[in-house]
Write a protein that binds this ligand. Sequence first.
Ligand SMILES: *Cc1c(COP(=O)(O)O)cnc(C)c1O
Length: 367
Amino acid sequence: MTAAASPLEYQVRLSDHARTAAERDAILAGDLGFGRYFTDHMVAIQWDQARGWHDAQVRAYGPLSLDPAAAVLHYGQEIFEGIKAYRHPDGSIWTFRPDANGERLQRSAARLALPQLPVAAFTESLRQLVAVDHAWVPSAPESSLYFRPFMIATEAFLGVRPAQAAGYYVIASPAGAYFAKGVAPVSIWLSEDYARAAKGGTGAAKCGGNYAASLLPQQEAYAQGCSQVLFLDPVEGRYLEELGGMNVFLVRRDGRIVTPELSGSILEGITRASILQLARDRGLVVEERKVSIDEWKEGVASGEISEVFACGTAAVVTPIGALKGRGFAVGDIDAPAGEVTMAIRKELTDIQYGRIPDRHGWLVRLR
Ligand SMILES: *Cc1c(COP(=O)(O)O)cnc(C)c1O
């Protein structure tokens, strides 16, 4: 199922309707938000059982043409990634730990019975897109170009088995600072009626289906005045898993930093892994273990837990001010973000934006 070892040769066809420099600069100077604007080009690579990966293209951003019987539309055979490009003060463009994302895409592919894109081809796909769309990498503080690589089953066949044809695509979206008005703690809703993943299910894969399952509980969170949902383990409903799209950390007053262990249904975040490393570097005692919801509730109430935060590529680190659920609320949404949370956030973003040395060799230059 793996591709030929030789690198894919790209056909580059520039868009005949790319935005002008003035149009692009007007977009980049405005309120970018997240996932609202897209660059002028995209990457597309096809796969089938006979040829492996082939037909690599950089082409104009635009609609995909899919057979209505394409497997992705019926059985949800889809996976994706999220990774950013950062503009450094000298104008160069870098990305963060692309091998880790490329390896995760392979693990997701294995779980969803999709073909494995070689890790080097993953990183090369980002480089190819930046080569034509580099002017879309914004330079305002905490802004970035968010890549959305994804893979779909394209074979036109309604039989239930792994598709024998797939497409891999990369689109890119300039993104503004996630917290435009400064980092502000959010409140989280504890979902007790729904899980995002099952034991033996696809929770550890980055697939669209997990997100589809999280949307109803997310809606419930909004209705309760919260911005995100916290999911518990799907077996006992006692242990923390993660938010709909972010991992979670508790900071204890005694200098321990705790995050749920990878249970098989938690998504292994690259931000999570990087924070574990930075926390160790700072001399914090790091614990990856089962964390019960009672530990959170009681710890916040007693003051033993001094900070809680969520993390992921999009928002980096989001302080959690309050946790609410049916019949309870803990924390103080008006309290400022915690010191450890903000120090780790600053260190990670300083590395990503080239403001301090990259001592772990996490950055890869794209241009
Ligand atoms: C992508 C994702 C994360 C965060 O992963 P990062 O690699 O840190 O961006 C966490 N949880 C879920 C469910 C995700 O899909």
